[in-house]
Design a protein around this ligand. Structure first.
Ligand code: EPU
Length: 437
């Protein structure tokens, strides 16, 4: 596994040490650079499959998911040239694509690999993909993806853990209504529609900023897409696609997570490239909880508000609703906020696995169905905990940074998947944090 990652993403250094040790209680102070968005770069990398011309992406986050996707694309015949001069950049050439060569081991590690379905169907007229993996946070069906591709004329069969899709005579435009504004289904169908004959309309499309970022890059390649940022995306298929040079949007989840960490530790972080406008509803929830954000030159300064941290009620929702990817991190803050909070998860069925881990650190949280009821305690105590998904990992880091004593985190693949050099960046801002083992 590591050898194929290193071949495709030579900058990827599997961190030695499978335990992250944090001595809590130190305020975070300094500048923390926010990387490109993980959930924007993955579909952007896949979009390179749609054209034989070069696609260059700047501001690529150096995380494990990017390395895994790079390895998948390499197996499919893409060439990748990385540059680490200013930021991490990649130029992808998908001149020759071989659709049958997908590594099940790699696909099982990442749900975003389902996006290969739409892109390969569009480019090659066929795709054979193992059912994708990813975090254990709910059912995470792919029925919307498959129904949409079928509406565009693809024959899709599921057998023996594989998805086999074919459109030998090409895809055709369709009018598709998504049952829910699914991020992945919107992206998959958008990619497929570019090579379909005629017009595709995606209704109840997701409006996450990462989708507008993907569409902006596709438009730069020559795609004809309208309705960006709205619930109805319209694609005129069949335009020849050129290459493009695109800078990946800053990661709003990394930004929100570090803002929470600054407030929890009572420090002040200058979050370079951070953008309050990308937080949606979370910006006002943060303000109510005592996370003070000030937009400044080139970023945002985040600190704890003068009146301290206060309990708030939060309900996750599609953008611009409170991001489910900030649900676990905000819970780490609310665990020591004054008063009570209720956090309701509406996107994924099983995204409360961090609750048991936070409880090991002294958090008082009771789960009632899809709502977690939190009674703020004075302090958390360091403990040995396990990361259960990408965002749970971030929550436990925040909790450990604010806790008394030592926290030891295992399951660090989850942290590596979603965050670009978090340990080093935190250490630069005064955290006592190291990877051991
Ligand atoms: N759903 C279905 N059928 C489908 C598609 C989705 O039932 O065909 C359901 C899912 O089970 C889920 C809900 O719809 O309950 C929303 O899922 P969505 O498709 O919007 O999520 P996703 O595309 O799988 C992306 C992000 C997630 C983020 C969600 C919601 C990427 C690579 N992943 O997932 O990010 O939480 O949108 O914003 O973009 C993470 O980064 O940690 C992460 C999980």
């Amino acid at each position: 596994m590591n050898s194929s990652l290193l071949a495709a993403a030579p900058w990827w250094r599997p961190d030695t040490g499978d335990t992250l040790v944090i001595q809590g209680g130190r305020p975070l102070v300094g500048t923390y650079p926010i990387s490109g968005a993980k959930n924007a770069v993955l579909p952007l990398m896949v979009s390179a499959l749609l054209t034989p011309h070069l696609v260059t992406l700047h501001n690529v986050p150096a995380n494990l998911d990017v390395a895994v996707l790079a390895a998948l694309l390499q197996r499919l015949g893409c060439e990748m040239h990385w540059s680490t001069k200013a930021d991490l950049s990649v130029t992808i050439s998908a001149d020759r694509v071989q659709p049958g060569r997908i590594d099940p081991d790699l696909v099982s590690r990442m749900r975003a690999s389902v996006l290969l379905l739409g892109a390969l169907l569009a480019r090659c007229g066929e795709a054979l993909l193992p059912m994708p993996g990813g975090d254990a946070i709910g059912l995470r069906g792919i029925d919307f993806h498959i129904d949409g591709l079928r509406a565009m004329g693809a024959a899709v069969e599921l057998e023996g853990g594989m998805i086999r899709a074919r459109a030998p005579r090409g895809l055709r435009g369709a009018d598709i209504l998504l049952p829910l504004p699914s991020v992945g289904a919107t992206e998959n169908l958008l990619l497929a529609a570019l090579h379909a004959q005629g017009t595709t309309t995606i209704r109840n499309a997701a409006r996450e900023p990462e989708i507008a970022d993907l569409a902006a890059c596709l438009i730069a390649m020559g795609a004809r897409i309208s309705g960006l940022g709205s619930h109805v995306l319209t694609v005129e298929g069949g335009a020849p696609l050129a290459g493009a040079i695109h800078t990946v949007l800053p990661d709003r989840i990394e930004f929100g997570t570090l803002a929470l960490a600054a407030a929890v530790t009572g420090g002040a972080l200058s979050l370079r490239h951070g953008r309050i406008d990308l937080l949606g509803v979370a910006a006002s929830s943060f303000a109510a909880a005592g996370v003070d954000l000030q937009q400044a030159d080139g970023g945002v300064v985040a600190r704890r508000a003068r009146n301290g941290l206060a309990g708030v009620d939060v309900t996750t929702g599609p953008y611009p609703g409170f991001a489910t990817d900030l649900q676990a991190p905000v819970m780490a803050l609310l665990a020591t906020a004054a008063g009570a909070s209720a956090v309701t998860e509406t996107i994924f069925e099983q995204r409360f696995r961090h609750v048991d881990e936070l409880a090991k650190m002294g958090a008082a949280i009771a789960v009632r169905g899809r709502t977690a009821l939190i009674r703020g305690v004075d302090r958390l105590q360091g403990a040995t905990v396990t990361c259960t998904d990408v965002r749970a990992a971030a929550a436990l880091v925040i909790a450990g940074l604010g806790a008394d004593g030592e926290t030891r985190l295992g399951g660090l693949d989850h942290l590596d998947r979603g965050y670009d050099r978090m340990t080093q960046k935190l250490a630069f801002c005064g955290a006592d944090i190291a990877r051991l083992g």
